[in-house]
Design a protein around this ligand. Structure first.
Ligand code: ATP
Length: 254
């Protein structure tokens, strides 16, 4: 089953299309890198996939159902938004307690283990944590919900190189251990190159390329970073943002 499937999906804000004609079929079991310049439509795509933004046109299903269509569907998807929203005034130890009351599949042992391993001080207020610690706390809460699909919007933005490395290592380890599909947007191509097995490049609201990295590699003879750069440049330079496209895997070309 595809974890995210969209058909001619689009979202318009007033007269501007944030995302248009987006047809994707992302198979399960991947770590998906969603890449694109500022304003390309990445957050719009992710928030439509998790049911926080309503499409203007087209359709999207997640794990075979309507995004956020039922409490059961909500339980299976964890979304970490761009600013890793957390309660700044709560002590670290209270964040999992709050989350536990909101999530029916909550695994307290998982949350405790991760906080112990990370060495994040429990009594410190969340607002006093470093950017890396906040990102790890948000990831800990997302993972303790035991999702089937983990969606992260630019989780690396505030992190230094070591924190980025640790964060991505956590994602790879946890995704493999619990068979979680992951979709994450990021501008940090070098980090994505190391972990992602599926690539989507968006520019100016349109899909430029989508497919398993192994197939793109065979087709282009280049790695994720190089393929992404080529398509980002092509998308930026083209008068018609729909012109240069490469699709493979289960994505349906228009
Ligand atoms: P970034 O890398 O900067 O986070 P992005 O690829 O996530 O960018 P989006 O946040 O999806 O891009 O925005 C796509 C377009 O839609 C932009 O032109 C943005 O200004 C516009 N947009 C997004 N949200 C809204 C909104 N709530 N109201 C009006 N316009 C919006």
């Amino acid at each position: 089953m595809n974890v995210i499937e969209s058909t001619a999906l689009g979202r318009r804000y007033r007269r501007t299309w944030a995302l248009r004609d987006c047809t994707l079929g992302i198979p399960g079991g991947h770590i998906v890198a969603l890449v694109g310049p500022n304003g390309a439509g990445k957050t719009t795509l992710l928030t439509m996939a998790v049911g926080l933004t309503k499409p203007t046109e087209g359709s999207v299903t997640v794990l075979g159902g309507v995004p956020a269509g039922s409490p059961d569907a909500l339980d299976l998807i964890a979304f970490v938004a761009q600013d890793a929203p957390l309660y700044r005034n709560l002590p670290v130890a209270d964040m999992p307690r709050v989350a536990r009351n909101l999530n029916r599949r909550w695994d307290q042992g998982r949350a405790d283990d991760r906080l112990d391993r990370l060495g994040i001080p429990r009594r410190q207020r969340v607002g006093q944590l470093s950017g890396g610690q906040k990102a790890q706390l948000a990831l800990t809460i997302a993972l303790a919900r035991r999702p089937r699909l983990l969606v992260l919007d630019e989780p690396l933005a505030a992190l230094d190189p070591v924190a980025r490395d640790d964060f991505m290592a956590s994602i790879v380890e946890e995704a493999a251990r619990d068979d979680i599909s992951v979709v994450l947007s990021s501008h940090v191509l070098a980090e994505l190159e190391r972990v992602a097995s599926y690539l989507i490049v968006l520019t100016r609201g349109h899909v430029q390329v989508a497919g398993p990295v192994s197939e793109l590699l065979a087709m282009h003879g280049a790695g994720l970073e190089e393929i992404a750069l080529r398509h980002l440049r092509a998308g930026a330079g083209s008068a018609d943002p729909r012109a240069p496209r490469t699709t493979t895997g289960t994505e349906t070309a228009r």
